[in-house]
Design a protein around this ligand. Sequence first.
Ligand SMILES: *[C@@H]1O[C@H](CO)[C@@H](O)[C@H](O)[C@H]1NC(C)=O
Ligand SMILES: *[C@@H]1O[C@H](CO)[C@@H](O)[C@H](O)[C@H]1NC(C)=O
Ligand SMILES: *[C@@H]1O[C@H](CO)[C@@H](O)[C@H](O)[C@H]1NC(C)=O
Ligand SMILES: *[C@@H]1O[C@H](CO)[C@@H](O)[C@H](O)[C@H]1NC(C)=O
Ligand SMILES: *[C@@H]1O[C@H](CO)[C@@H](O)[C@H](O)[C@H]1NC(C)=O
Ligand SMILES: *[C@@H]1O[C@H](CO)[C@@H](O)[C@H](O)[C@H]1NC(C)=O
Ligand SMILES: *[C@@H]1O[C@H](CO)[C@@H](O)[C@H](O)[C@H]1NC(C)=O
Length: 687
Amino acid sequence: MANILRIFSVIFLLAIPVSSQVSELIYAGFKDAGTNITLNGVAEIQKNGILRLTNDTSRLMGHGIYSSPFKFKDSTTGKAFSFSTSFAFVVVPEYPKLGGHGLAFTIAPSKDLKALPSQYLGLLNASDVGNFSNHVFAVEFDTVQDFEFGDINDNHVGIDINSLKSNLSDVAAYYTEDSGKQNLSLKSGKAIQAWIDYDSVQNVLNVTISPSSKKPRNPLLSFHVDLSPILNEFMYVGFSASTGLLASSHYVLGWSFKVNGQAQALDLASLPSLPGPKKKHTGLAVAISVSVVIFVISSISLAVYLYLKMRNADPIEDWELELGPHRYSYQELKKATKNFRDKELLGYGGFGRVYKGTLPESKTQVAIKRISQDSKQGLREFVAEIASIGRLRHRNLVQLLGWCRLRGDLLLVYDFMANGSLDKFLFDEPKTILDWEQRFKIIKGVASGLLYLHEGYEQVVIHRDVKASNVLLDSELNGRLGDFGLARLHEHGSNLTTTRVVGTLGYLAPETPRTGKATTASDVYAFGALLLEVACGRRPIEPKAVPEELVLVDWVWAQYREGKLLDVVDPRLEGRFHEDQIVMVLKLGLFCSNNEPMARPSMREVVRCLDGEIGVSEELRIHGGMERGKVGHVEGFDDFVHSFASSSSSDKMSNPYSFTGNREMDASFASLSASSLSLLQGRGETR
Ligand SMILES: *[C@@H]1O[C@H](CO)[C@@H](O)[C@H](O)[C@H]1NC(C)=O
Ligand SMILES: *[C@@H]1O[C@H](CO)[C@@H](O)[C@H](O)[C@H]1NC(C)=O
Ligand SMILES: *[C@@H]1O[C@H](CO)[C@@H](O)[C@H](O)[C@H]1NC(C)=O
Ligand SMILES: *[C@@H]1O[C@H](CO)[C@@H](O)[C@H](O)[C@H]1NC(C)=O
Ligand SMILES: *[C@@H]1O[C@H](CO)[C@@H](O)[C@H](O)[C@H]1NC(C)=O
Ligand SMILES: *[C@@H]1O[C@H](CO)[C@@H](O)[C@H](O)[C@H]1NC(C)=O
Ligand SMILES: *[C@@H]1O[C@H](CO)[C@@H](O)[C@H](O)[C@H]1NC(C)=O
């Protein structure tokens, strides 16, 4: 036995190419790097020797990784080695003040990172982020504030271990000898030098940056960490960068690295530099030297040309520049949708038509929402939509890729969702039946997207129109919330007043028409309706149903009280579901559908319930939303029915959830009112 072990260990030792192991590298420009730098994604080494990780096109990523691994720890003691690196980088954003997304120095187990762009910086993906088995170490130079990962601002340096939630981060800055700490913009378009030093005896990792090659004495970040459990024996080192909705070009000018020693110093002055802005008007200068007459003629024609061009090109207004997301040309979108022909029409969203398109250059499929010219609200809603959704980033929100405006035509370009909207899988005669696991995943996704809107952003974002047709499914059937056309931004804590009641019958919280206010609680109400319809496979208000079943929440509540909750479950599931889960979802749906806004859970609680962290039945009691004696509800509810009946006839006709004729509608409201009143009394009796 001992012999066998010895033979094995000899074979193992022989397998490691100890002699060829490099422990140091230096690149003053990457001109001669050849195949020693492995390039992935859109990364390339330019003719001038600069390693360009990304250009300023949306949603790209690029990697430049040294092609052989470095030995990072002693295999017998398992202790990581010290290392040191220095490099110079430049970030040139597409719009002067808006970077996207950033770059990172990384030490990873593979040179082929299976990662995502945008906030993932090309380092990790949505399924492995935060997992201890990643063995990914990075120092991020991040120019977008991403709330999902708790970023402090849109100009910070952070130390990341297996996750993009930094273990330590700080606003980008450097210390000078005489004037103390100076802020430094990472996205200024100027070269920045960075140093990362790890001391494995003291277990200290320092990160230092500076606009010059003189290394400041004090590091920006100093983190006490033993990297031994994070680093494998052999690891790859290099750079990763990504762009998202906002984009920057990310460049590395030079790089030195050394294990067990000090990396060689780099001198910014001797590194290749980016070409400066091009000189203009040389054409005119030539014209002058040839002849004054030609000059006059050419300037007149230039003026005419510019005038014509401006008339057609649609001047960019101030607010448009502040928006950030990629601005597409109208020609590009016209081509993408084959001149907006009807065959490409996907459907009608809030305020306009949605077309399917294929962008001519990248060949990516997109959904293009064209806001109708005759919509009075048009421009204002458009601005609200870009300003809000353009900065929101979450995997359960439909990503806005960019936009375009040509005079009255307003166009928004979104990620194309291959599977369309959720309602098509639930109601009437769906072609495909989603199984319970798929439904549960969708619900959890939407809940986390809505939580992000409510709490994850610097301002509270009320969605206002959560419903099955606004839940879109990507190719992996992940639920993503779309249609932020109705969303408004509200500063955290301010009065959430609005002027116009929007929403969809069946999803609209009873207090909303009365108070005229959309709140996080009214979104929760709509989410409750969504939970019930996903579990029951029918609409919140089903005109075709028998009167007792007309209003879904009433029916579910009645069955719950009689202990027959499972009777409401979608028969198309054919009994194949996780019983505890479906009961939890139904109860949670009822809980969210409470007529008293204060008694509804917050999205945070909803997400915790869905994750199994807290039970829903206890919560139902704790919140006491169904106690007797709150007469106010009943009055409020009457108001709701009245105001709704009067407002709905005009607004709701185009809505897929509305009724077809007035007579039917009146009848429905009558029974809605009656059954819901009895429901309120019934709820009282159960306590
Ligand atoms: C590439 O790396 C090897 C060591 O792994 C070194 O001998 C060689 O000179 C390098 N080539 C270039 C072009 O830098
Ligand atoms: C940026 O790179 C992408 C991918 O290589 C390419 O398709 C695109 O045309 C480039 N954009 C610009 C502005 O050069
Ligand atoms: C995420 O990264 C892990 C680890 O690199 C990889 O195994 C997995 O396939 C990746 N997932 C996706 C969806 O790319
Ligand atoms: C972490 O990754 C490992 C291996 O890829 C996987 O088996 C494990 O389930 C993951 N853990 C979590 C919490 O995702
Ligand atoms: C770094 O942060 C991750 C979570 O983001 C955590 O799991 C890990 O323990 C932290 N590591 C150290 C050394 O603090
Ligand atoms: C540096 O930036 C931070 C965050 O943006 C800001 O709070 C601080 O006032 C700035 N300091 C100076 C000296 O400008
Ligand atoms: C890290 O910075 C501290 C000063 O904050 C310094 O004392 C220490 O020597 C530095 N360590 C390394 C490895 O650079």
